[in-house]
Design a protein around this ligand. Sequence first.
Ligand code: HEC
Length: 183
Amino acid sequence: MVAARAGQKRRLVRLSAFFSLFAVVALAGIPAYVAPASGEAAAVFVKKIPSRYRDWRFVSVAREEAPLDDIRVILGNDIAIKAYREAKLPFPDGAILTRLAYRYEPSEENNASFGRQQSFVAGHPKNGVQFMVKNSKKYAATGGWGYAQFNDGTAVDDSLLEPCYPCHQAVKSRDFVFTRYAP
Ligand code: HEC
């Protein structure tokens, strides 16, 4: 009689252990069923500044009028430079492009040598440092590129990163990259 009751109790314990395991598995599965309201994946942004970007290679330069009013350089890591040189699109995962911008300043020193007003150079950094990091899975919601901006080394808020992809869509046919490789 006692033995039968103990056996029943063991079965009950096993049964409840099975159901709690079932509950854990079911709960763990829930996030997979909760799709974003719009049906589209939410944008993921880059929050960590890629290391050694200042050593990357030259892609091209650009000058922006006010209100940006800067002179800028576009650099690429080895993967990006290789893709540019081979004219391979889309850029492969691991490619990273950066845009550094500086005040566009007249150089009194250079002008003195030339004997006239003509020289403009890069002044203090401005308008942040921007990145596009290629990872076709992680950043699928934004064309495979993760966008980032750091102002004085600090990542900007997501709200400032939302306009990046919509504007870069203008050059979708060039894998969302505006800058052409300068010879
Ligand atoms: C209004 C349009 C527009 C918006 C918004 C914009 N960009 Fe760009 N971006 C450009 C253009 C045009 C260029 C090429 C010329 C230049 O650098 O000024 C460029 C160049 C770049 C480059 C160099 C690679 C390339 O595509 O030429 C990077 C990196 C970049 N942008 C990142 C960003 C990030 C990060 C954001 C959001 C914080 C952003 N951009 C927002 C238009 C835009």
